[in-house]
Design a protein. Sequence first.
Length: 256
Amino acid sequence: MDSASSGNNYTLQSRGNCVIAAVFDGKTGEVIVDNSLIGGSSPYGWDDIFDYGMFTNASDLNDFISKYQENIDQNCVLDMHLDENTGSTSYDETDNNNDGTISGASWTTGILGKCLNFDGSNDSIVVSDSASLDITDTVTVTAWIKLDSLPSSGYDVIVSKVDSWWIVVEDDGQLVFDEMKHWADRIDSDAGSITAGVWTHIAAVYSDAGSYKALYINGKLVASSTTVNYGIEASNYDLTIGSYGTWNSFVDGMID
């Protein structure tokens, strides 16, 4: 688990696929666990899956998340810290060996150790297709991003699995999560949600069983829906970070 401080906010992020984020504003804390808000009543009308808890300091918040870290790690299929700071391989910290091949992107200082800087022209990380990445039921994807610029038109892709799902930033600063086969399950934040030059934590959640999808920015729910029209389908394409496949919509900025 990694943490970062920013102003009066204390934000904790798990790199697994269960805890999305926790935010401490100096008074109370919130934790999002497996699509549910921990530390208050559920915003979705569901019973929270784990314990309730209210937090008045960052230490208590950290202890709470640590209780569930083992479960998170067991369910994580891809965990890239992007801290190698050398070479052309980004290593997967899970037992799935979903290592990525870096093309063009350069190492630099990130919000959590090191990260990769993408030039907006032809940089990407390619993770070869594997059975562990062909997820169609429940998916959570998180990342830190700091864009040098928003796309001049259309969108730039943060991460994609062609013909399955993607997360993109549009030219108006909207964050978008969508299944790609039918283009019917799009969910997006308000315009201006993503600002160039600012480190931002993003998370996307999809649950086929619960017919639920959501977007979080800096640990806060910014969009959700209980309508799933087609759902995510498996694909034989590689997973790519920083681009749509290796063809276009390249990110201009840093990903951690």
